[in-house]
Design a protein around this ligand. Sequence first.
Ligand code: HEC
Length: 123
Amino acid sequence: MTMRPAVATALLLSTLASPVWAAGDAARGQSVFTRCTACHAVTEQNKVGPHLVGIIGRPAGSVPGARYSKALPAAGITWTEADLDAYLAAPAKRVPGTSMTVGLPNEQDRADVIAYLKTLPKP
Ligand code: HEC
């Protein structure tokens, strides 16, 4: 089947006009996660930060033996994708007093890394 250029362009544009909440790409998220591995493991092992196995649905600041700020366990969060997105965008804004200082300013990076975290096996 051949398409006239104008039709092909219109189809391409409609594909690019993605929703505001772009779906996360777990494969890409795995490479974004290399920015987290200095402090976080995806096996049940704590580093500078707590491990992130089963993070969705886990109460914030609840991994035994992890070194948390006072603020995070007191924040009363049970991690949802929306909470993770807000925390990763600006940790100290979502949880004032948190000891995690680095964030992920790019929305697509956040969506991708959250999609990746969702693929990790539950503990
Ligand atoms: C420089 C070290 C460092 C880096 C890099 C880092 N974090 Fe953290 N992260 C921490 C620390 C420390 C905490 C604990 C914060 C607290 O107790 O306030 C934390 C907490 C978290 C939590 C909450 C965990 C829980 O048990 O409630 C999540 C989720 C998280 N980080 C995700 C990420 C992701 C995703 C990245 C990569 C984009 C990342 N972090 C990069 C140090 C880091």
